[in-house]
Design a protein around this ligand. Structure first.
Ligand code: GLA
Length: 553
């Protein structure tokens, strides 16, 4: 039997929740939500859903690995149990007569189980233009278009972003091609928005899958592999304004139960499931700012946070090289599957390269020449890059919105190289057979703590309340659990940062005591009900990636 590399496998289709969650207990826990979604779909639309698309959030639990995916260094995420579900079905002709306005080809009626997100109706258009290079009476059909307002992010923007990729990849802009069917969808989810657990990737991946399924492109020969779905979802997510790397989408799509994924991007997307030490449990705790909207901080503040970091990181990669093709700039528009036959990246060589850079203080020249500051101005950066201004703007700024007067190349680069090295070390510890379990956990925990310090001080993507929460979590190490001191090995911010969640590595036997300790110790949790707290602080085991559930009567 040939075992497909994880990224080349097909997206699974399930017909039972037990198969989908890989465990009867977890299936039983979620059955109520699924039933409710299917029932409400029928109530709202007058017909049954044919599929439910599911995509989980991710925790960059098992690492090190923050803010290095867009520089195409490997990362180490896993999927969590929390997910987005989208029930969908082609709108039957019988309901078309009842609502004639809702039935142009490809039209969508999108509902959300959360009542604050109101019903949305939209239809993609194809912009017909006269072509210059074709006979004057010919009409060229341009790509599909959906309006996504980046200045005011709305819940349906993520649905539209997913749909965009389906339209433009599977309904070619030729008049002879089949047109998409009208679709009804109902969304529900448990990934807290703006929490650093990838609610946006889960929304976009599940929306992409829902439109594929409703259009019957799912299990035929055109069906995308997991890796192809990752590429489409990344491209889609950029439509909502964040130039994210591929970590979240890879975890949400490719993850397998019981393993974290070592995801590498060079020379093409590759995912290696890696089993974690037996007693390692990752516990997420949210710094707890209730968001009234689905919009994540990452999207809203991208200009001076996330997208700015992308430019700083790529600028820092460019400057030392003074050549026209900086290797870690790589491909900003996705991974090229045609390179999949190229040899895999040599990780021992990569590790040696990173160590040489860090030990040799190679990055020092990125420091500002101005006494007392590390950052440089745009003019200084252009000058250091060896490019002229027009060229520089085209390569680094034309495709991304940023707002700043200064760029911190030195600190960002140092974080990226150190963090990339930590990921490799993390992977090696998990794979290594030699050490005993306890010392493995300690080494992993130290890597996580170091990662947090670097995110906080060098990458400036933590937040004072996140730091408080990290401290509370680490203090568990001083608590007497009756079995000795609390075994928390490390604690760090996860995801894009600037708020959101922390993740802590805790010994399996101490998880319950750890959760109680954090719930009691962090001031913002005071007075909350047990039910609310369960949504803010929870243990997570690596779960299944995206899939489609086929509804049967
Ligand atoms: C966000 C992005 C990811 C990654 C993380 C930071 O979640 O979507 O691509 O860059 O931030 O590690």
């Amino acid at each position: 039997m040939t075992v497909l590399p994880a990224a080349d496998a097909p997206i699974p289709i399930f017909t039972t929740l037990q198969e989908l969650y890989g465990s009867l207990t977890i299936a039983a826990k979620h059955a109520g939500r699924w039933d409710k979604l299917v029932r409400e779909f029928e109530t709202k639309f007058g017909h049954k859903p044919t599929y439910v698309a599911r995509a989980p959030g991710r925790v960059n639990s098992h690492d090190a690995g923050e803010h290095i995916d867009y520089a195409h260094f490997g990362v180490f995420p896993a999927a969590i149990e929390h997910d987005i579900l989208i029930a969908c079905a082609p709108r039957p002709a019988s309901t078309a007569t009842a609502h004639p306005d809702h039935h142009p080809p490809g039209s969508v009626v999108a509902e959300n189980l959360q009542t604050r997100y109101t019903r949305q109706v939209f239809t993609p258009t194809r912009r017909h233009t006269l072509g210059d290079d074709v006979p004057p009476d010919a009409v060229r059909v341009a790509p599909w278009h959906l309006d996504i307002d980046k200045s005011e992010l709305r819940w349906e923007s993520y649905v539209k972003a997913g749909y965009y990729g389906v339209l433009n990849h599977f309904f070619s802009p030729s008049s002879t091609c089949p047109v998409p069917v009208p679709v009804d969808i109902l969304v529900t989810g448990t990934v807290p928005p703006g929490s650093g657990l990838s609610s946006s990737a889960a929304m976009v991946v599940s929306s992409t899958l829902a439109f594929l399924a409703a259009n019957g492109i799912f299990d035929g020969e055109n069906a995308p592999t997991k890796g192809e779905l990752v590429n489409i979802a990344m491209e889609n997510e950029r439509r909502v304004g964040v130039n994210s790397g591929g970590m979240d989408q890879s975890a949400s799509v490719i993850a397998l139960p019981g393993s974290a994924l070592y995801v590498s991007f060079v020379p093409s997307l590759h995912a290696e499931p890696i089993v974690l030490p037996r007693n390692a449990v990752f516990v997420c705790a949210n710094r707890c700012v209730q968001s009234a909207r689905i919009v994540s901080n990452k999207a809203e503040s991208a200009k001076h946070q996330y997208n700015l970091r992308v430019v700083e990181t790529l600028g820092a990669a460019r400057v030392p090289l003074k050549s026209s093709q900086p290797p870690i700039l790589a491909r900003k528009s996705g991974f090229h599957r045609d390179e999949q036959d190229a040899p895999r990246e040599d990780l021992a060589q990569l590790r040696k390269g990173l160590e040489d850079i860090l030990e040799g203080n190679v990055l020092d020249f990125l420091l500002s020449k101005v006494e007392g500051r590390t950052s440089i101005t745009l003019e200084e950066m252009i000058e250091m890059s060896g490019m002229d201004e027009v060229q520089f703007r085209e390569v680094y700024l034309s495709w991304v919105d940023v707002e700043t007067t200064h760029f911190e190349l030195y600190l960002r680069a140092k974080h990226v190289f150190e963090e990339a090295l930590r990921v490799l070390q993390f992977r090696e510890v998990c794979l290594g057979g030699g050490d005993d379990e306890e010392s493995k956990l300690q080494t992993l925990g130290k890597l996580m703590n170091d990662s947090h310090e670097s995110c906080n001080k060098q990458f400036d993507c933590s937040h004072p309340k996140v730091n408080d929460l990290v401290q509370v979590a680490r203090n568990f190490g001083e608590v007497d659990t009756g079995r000795g001191k609390g075994r928390v090995y490390g604690s760090r911010v996860t995801g894009a940062g600037w708020g959101g969640c922390i993740v802590s590595l805790v010994h399996r036997e101490d998880v319950d005591a750890f959760i109680v300790h954090v719930e009691k110790g962090y001031a913002s949790y005071e007075g909350m009900s047990d039910e609310d707290l369960a949504g803010w602080v929870f243990a997570t085991e690596p779960g299944m990636g995206a899939c489609v559930f086929r509804c049967t009567d």
